[in-house]
Design a protein around this ligand. Structure first.
Ligand SMILES: [Zn+2]
Length: 184
């Protein structure tokens, strides 16, 4: 079947320090087949990369869209469109985070245990929902992406020093690829 409802876009990951990761994302205005194809493609990319969450800027799109699946079970796929965090609560917890835009780099990040978000679902319905634990952690990490905030900004100075070589090699890799794309 290849009708519009099952169409998926094929996305590559945007890796640090791709400038698209720093640009603030803008709200989705049209809830249509293109949006469904975008979201389906994001889930595909997330799974293929063994991720638990993905934000649109990570596939080169400046849109306030994030997807997550904290359990790996298909029924737990969740797409949050035009999401905003309206409250963060609970104790600050430290948890090791990875990011598909920083392959191989993990760092402990402190975040509040719970968050309440408002968002639109794929049909454009307005939803409010509270997340806690791992799901809340993913939502807050992916939400950072929509604001142009990255794992490297959240890590401690010690972790940043520990990952200096890995971060520098991502920068080199990006520069090499960018130079290949534009031969000037
Ligand atoms: Zn990330």
């Amino acid at each position: 079947m290849t009708d519009a409802s099952t169409k998926k876009l094929d996305f590559a990951l945007s890796l640090y320090p791709d400038p698209v990761l720093r640009k603030p994302a803008v709200p989705v205005e049209t809830f249509d087949a293109d949006l469904r194809a975008t979201v389906a493609g994001m889930f595909e990319r997330m799974r293929a990369s063994q991720g638990v969450g993905l934000a649109a800027p990570q596939v080169g799109l400046q849109l306030r869209v994030l997807v997550l699946n904290p359990t790996g079970e298909p029924q737990d796929d969740l797409a949050l469109i035009n999401v905003s965090i309206i409250e963060r609560s609970g104790p600050l917890t430290l948890f090791e985070e990875g990011c598909l835009s920083f392959p191989g780099i993990y760092a402990e990040v402190k975040r509040p245990e719970r968050c309440t978000v408002s968002y639109r679902d794929l049909e454009g319905n307005s939803v409010e929902r509270e997340f806690e634990g791992f799901a809340s952690r993913i939502v807050q990490h992916e939400y950072d992406h929509l604001e142009g905030v990255l794992l490297v900004d959240r890590m401690s100075p010690a972790d940043k020093a520990r990952h200096r070589a890995a971060l520098a090699s991502l920068v080199d890799r990006y520069k090499t690829r960018a130079a290949q794309k534009s031969p000037k």
